[in-house]
Design a protein around this ligand. Sequence first.
Ligand code: FE
Length: 341
Amino acid sequence: MRTVVIAFFVLVLTACGEQAPQPTDEATGQQARVVVYTSRQPYLIEPLFERYTAATGVQVDFTSDNEASLIERLAAEGRRTSADVFMTVDAGNLWQATERGLLAEIESPSLEQAIPAALRDDQGRWFGLSLRARVIVYHPDRVEVDELSTYEALAEEQWAGRLCLRTSRKVYNQSLVAMMIEHHGAERTAEIVSGWVDNLATNPYSSDTQTIEAIAAGQCDVGIVNSYYLGRLIAEDPDYPVRLFWANQDTTGVHVNISGAGVTRHAPRPNQARALIEWLASDQAQAEFAERNLEFPANPAVPAKGLVVDWGEFKADETPLTVAGQRQAEAVRLMDRVRYR
Ligand code: FE
């Protein structure tokens, strides 16, 4: 009976022309599919998943939630999970998932070739798919660009009462500080972060967008944010009065992080999971994947697209992003100690 149904489907599809082949799931005999748990906003990924289905015939079903809930859900579901792929932002979050034993080690020559070693787990449990930069932003009426240099220099006295930051609760700042501990050691990093706290114009904000808006509104002159948040504001208003500065170009390079994905430990369809991640890392998908969120391709063979090109080339910190996870707890304690809220 099942064969008849499939044969009928094939007939219908052949009659429709253009459609991709319809691979079937070995276990169910139905259309092949892959299930993704993701903390990414649906509008950023859904069009890519649709393209994947059009190209391969494999249906992508996804569940969106925040990363903490998805990690708990994967842990609670264990072997019964329907999730094949876990996709989120920040190496700190992906590292947490590996610490909980939720991601499988996979071998993929194509992923190892496409994604630089610093942007993936050395055991193949997660792979960066887009690159985001945490940059200095400033108001050009109140800051001369040659006053700017490094994240570290924002701790100096000249910035007293002029700095805005997002809360230390956000993983983005935890990863930045983790990398600073790697570069400077804990003692020097504590001095720097304490200097930031002394220079704050206001209490830390709950989002990068609020931080940028505070600079635009004149509450402060400089801040540290992920570049795509500024990109969104510039996309709406090309004359938006806040500029980007590539931090640490003469020293460690600008702090970069990733959005990325891994195959879940108990994936019911591990081969489909790997194939989807490989496709997202490929030339065909990388430019669009990055551009949708105004990020940069993780695959260095693929040029960036869209308004981010106006910001020019930059030197990125090439420290392996696993460090952001390994030093996360230390970074949280350090920020707490110097009263960065
Ligand atoms: Fe973000």
